[in-house]
Ligand binder design. Structure first.
Ligand code: WTA
Length: 654
């Protein structure tokens, strides 16, 4: 993947300056941006301190911008007190109460407009319901919901009372949900009977019941929102309907004063080893960068209709659905379903009908919709669009050009935003009225973000187009605080080199002659499938947990639409199937992985062998497996293999 990406992007020398019209209308002019860069370079802490005073309503001002005493456990805005939900809702009431906060569209086509006043009331009532059910500050609450307004209400309600939410993507299985419930020792699970997705009903409550069937002793209450009206069973003494929990709850709920560093949420993401890790984010710093990036990168203005298509189960849905748009008093669209129901025009239909001006999605969606042909988007009125964005994986220049010409009608700048669950908000991205963009490059680091490409000694690589480790050399407000319950793993994963001074992103990158960043891919065993992070180890563990599997190795294979697909090599406990083909077993293993993790982790290919290729020290030769998955010529040294004949098996030739 990395290699293919380099090849196609190395040839890329087209440049796209913002149009005069865009530049005239934008909030951020070149001169202002230069001032921000200068100020941040001269006084990193002073810069972020001023930003925090300007953008956040504090209950009590902070007395120290950054406490680095216990690095890398950095603490921002020490002793400051605030509430994130207050900053999203209460402060909009004075001037924006009647403004639409959310335009919700369900997959079946139901539409609802919710004003800031209504959203405030919904959040307050539900926050009171949570308190009434015994949730208090610091408690963990799991949210396992469809992509509907109530998912955001639940998140905001937790933030309002100081409970720490952990949203689990609705596509994850019972076993993945259980792991997260147990790791957080959550007191409560908030779910729905079901959600509409892909023309079907996703039975969330049923899956939650399976997750809770064994263990999960910490969970006292399950709140269930009625979305689809599908049949479910309610367990007495544990389950309560959302509308019952809200009965007689007051319309106001005071926003709990929180310390700047109190955790706002945990979000699980895949790493190279072991189980998914709970990325912990702080209240103030996270909120600050959600706001600054809404302004700098999305140029958000009061008349905009902003639509980020990500699910709240991912970081993008946290920062650019649940928090950033509300904290800036914006109007946003929330859409429940998939882009292809009832047909591949759905996204463009939603844009046209709701007058979307800023549209943010993943390259995998762009590639899939591009495949459906130009006629579809051309049949919708996309003239209100003024800015487009992408996130989650490298975008190939072909898809970028299509997005630019067909969706943006060559009028809209594209912001290709590089960031991670751990960084909380955009780190490297264009400022649309200023930056000249190049298809495939996320361009430059934002003000106050010290991103660099370094070699293994931590020295900055100054030679153009020479690849290296992508690092961030100074702490920034929305940075990960720690891995929930595992400080050591946090240190080992993100600060292993360079005297623990630089944050190691886990990506490789290069910078071109203009200093633009080009992301090349992960340096660890993390796959990026349709913009979703999956650990190869996680899938391997799921496979070997199956009674028939002795050993498994998983690698990524380049894929037209998904970016990467999951390719698994499996050694069965019994004999290798004749000719390496066993369709029944393959179907069973795919279903098994979907059950263990979720359908996104299902291997696209499974190849059976008697053995896996290993080095003398017993390490699986993943590079070789990647080459084979791609169907390329083997150039690696294979003389150390125990049994050369397995090469033919691995290649599917025997
Ligand atoms: C990849 C998603 C290239 C990268 C916000 C990163 C990207 C991982 C881009 C984080 C981009 C994200 N160009 N690659 N614009 N954005 N990535 O935690 O490998 O789900 O490390 O956060 O996605 O994925 P995560």
């Amino acid at each position: 993947m990395a290699q293919d990406n380099i090849e196609s992007t190395l040839l890329e020398n087209r440049r796209f300056p913002p149009s005069d019209a865009f530049t005239r209308s934008t909030r951020m002019q070149a001169q202002t941006l230069d001032q921000l860069y200068d100020k941040a370079a001269a006084d990193h802490e002073g810069f972020w301190g001023d930003m925090a005073r300007q953008e956040i309503d504090w209950f009590k001002p902070f007395d120290q911008v950054l406490d680095s005493d216990n690095a890398p456990f950095y603490r921002w805005f020490e002793n400051g007190e605030l509430n994130v939900s207050y900053n999203c809702l209460d402060r909009q009431l004075e001037t924006n109460a009647d403004k639409t906060a959310i335009i919700f569209e369900g997959e079946p086509g139901d539409v609802e407009h919710i004003s800031y006043r209504e959203l405030y009331q919904k959040v307050c009532i539900f926050a009171n319901a949570l308190k009434n059910q015994g949730v208090s500050k610091g408690d963990r609450v799991i949210i396992y919901m469809p992509m509907i307004t109530e998912a955001v209400v639940a998140m905001q309600a937790c933030a309002r009372i100081g409970a720490i939410h952990s949203v689990v993507f609705g596509g994850f299985s019972a076993s993945a949900l259980k792991d997260r419930i147990e790791d957080t020792s959550a007191k409560m699970v908030i779910t729905a009977d079901g959600g509409h997705r892909g023309g079907k009903i996703i039975t969330l409550k049923e899956t939650a019941d399976q997750a809770l069937a064994e263990g999960c002793d910490s969970v006292e209450t399950v709140i269930v929102f009625r979305r689809c009206g599908n049949d479910i069973t309610m367990q007495a003494d544990r389950d309560i309907w959302w509308h019952d929990a809200e009965k007689n709850q007051p319309e106001h709920c005071p926003a709990q004063a929180m310390q700047a560093s109190d955790p706002l949420f945990l979000l699980y993401t895949s790493g190279s080893t072991g189980k998914p890790k709970g990325i912990q984010h702080a209240s103030a710093g996270y909120l600050l960068n959600a706001i600054t990036t809404m302004r700098w990168v999305f140029d958000i203005q009061s008349a905009d209709v902003f639509w980020c298509t990500a699910d709240v189960g991912w970081i993008t849905g946290h920062t650019y659905v649940a928090y950033g748009p509300l904290a800036t008093g914006s109007t946003m669209v929330i859409y429940e379903g998939v882009p292809t129901v009832p047909d591949a025009g759905r996204f463009w239909d939603v844009c046209a009908r709701h007058g979307v001006t800023i549209f943010y999605t993943a390259p995998t969606a762009i590639r899939a919709l591009m495949k459906a042909g130009d006629a579809i988007p051309k049949s919708y009125d996309l003239s209100r669009l003024r800015l487009l964005g992408t996130v989650g994986e490298p975008i190939n220049p072909e898809a970028w050009m299509w997005y630019h010409e067909v969706i943006g009608q060559s009028r809209c700048p594209i912001v290709d935003t590089w960031w991670q669950t751990e960084t909380g908000a955009h780190m490297i991205a264009p400022v649309p009225g200023v930056t000249v963009t190049k298809p495939g490059s996320c361009t430059k680091a934002l003000p106050g973000i010290d991103a660099a490409v370094v070699n293994e000694n931590g020295e900055e690589i100054t030679q153009a187009n020479q690849g290296g480790f992508l690092v961030i050399r100074k702490p920034w407000p929305s940075m990960i605080q720690t891995i929930w319950g595992d400080d050591q793993r946090y240190k080992d994963t993100y600060w292993p080199y360079f005297d623990g001074k630089y944050y190691l992103a886990g990506d490789s990158a290069r910078r071109d002659e203009d200093g633009y960043f080009w992301i090349m891919g992960r340096i660890d065993d993390v796959l990026n499938v349709s913009g979703h992070r999956l650990g190869t180890m996680e899938i391997e563990s799921a496979l070997v947990a199956h009674q028939s599997v002795a050993e498994a190795a998983v690698v990524g294979k380049p894929h037209d639409i998904k970016g990467e697909s999951v390719f698994a090599y499996v050694v069965l406990k019994g004999n290798r199937p004749d000719g390496g083909v066993d369709e029944a077993m393959t179907a069973e293993l795919r279903a098994w992985v979907a059950d263990q993790i979720g359908p996104i982790a299902k291997p696209d290919d499974i190849r059976y062998a008697d053995n896996l290729p290993k080095t003398r020290s017993g390490k699986i030769m993943r590079r070789l497996l990647r080459t084979i998955a791609k169907g390329e010529q083997i150039t690696q040294d294979t003389s150390t293999l125990e049994n050369e004949s397995i090469l033919l098996q691995l290649q599917g030739k025997a």
